[in-house]
Ligand binder design. Sequence first.
Ligand SMILES: Nc1ncnc2c1ncn2[C@@H]1O[C@H](COP(=O)(O)OP(=O)(O)O)[C@@H](O)[C@H]1O
Ligand SMILES: [Mg+2]
Length: 297
Amino acid sequence: MSQNSSPLIEMRNISKYFGSVIALQDVSMEVNAGEVMCLLGDNGAGKSTLIKTLAGVHLPDEGHYFVEGKEVHFNSPRDALDHGIATVYQDLAMIPLMSISRNFFLGSEPTTGWGVFKRFNIGFADRVAREEMGKMGIDIRDPAQPVGTLSGGERQCVAIARAVYFGAKVLILDEPTAALGVKQAGVVLRYVAQARARNLGVILITHNPHHAYAVGDRFTILKRGRTFGTFTKTELAREEMVRMMSGADELDALSHELAEFARTDALAGGEEAGEADRQLAQALEKSEEVFSQGMEE
Ligand SMILES: Nc1ncnc2c1ncn2[C@@H]1O[C@H](COP(=O)(O)OP(=O)(O)O)[C@@H](O)[C@H]1O
Ligand SMILES: [Mg+2]
């Protein structure tokens, strides 16, 4: 197999045990560049264990793990990061009282000057943080403002923008929209779509079928540590989606929110950003149709 045709990441027959608990059994999956793979499943299904295995937190007990066609054995999250696999956990590693740009560069601070005169390069950090957030459609007026003053959705976006800037090829998001209201969820979903537009592979864990359906290209369903395989949007039985369905009002509000984003992005001149937003808004509308049909039957 040539390097180019290999998936970004691939798991083959992975198992992971915690004592007598079988957290994962014989799980296979892959993620390609420019796609969003949604990981679905009930509490305790093994979703977090799976992404922690991908992210180098856990070593699998059985099976094989490949990155761009080469087998890997990660001993730490650092190893995964070095391979371009970045994970954004729900409890973000951020310092609320520190500035946006400080948080953006946390652990990789740019410096200016030498020896005792060496200090954090504020000008560079502010500029990059503002630019990178802007590229994905968020206007940061003041990068010096404490990260704690941002909304939950915007904080997620800082974490995602940071991962993209530092060269992530694969972005793993564990329930990024779980604690967020509709508007904030829209902000994060839009960012997920932007990451895909920039050819990253995204693994998205979510409990919300609307969010999954709107941005997901393929879906892997876990149940008690086993996988039922991976499905495309058309393959995934509508009834299955309906079963996972929650309120339709929320979806409606979300579509409007995203349509609004598409308009403002287009106005701001970000053509690519506008296009990605429009597609996402369309996908949400489609999801709305599918769900309402499913409910009538
Ligand atoms: N560090 C751990 N030690 C022991 N058991 C664990 C550990 N992490 C997860 N488990 C168990 O593995 C199973 C899968 O958990 P998890 O991956 O967190 O599921 P999910 O994220 O889908 O809710 C659960 O039964 C959980 O109790
Ligand atoms: Mg979990």
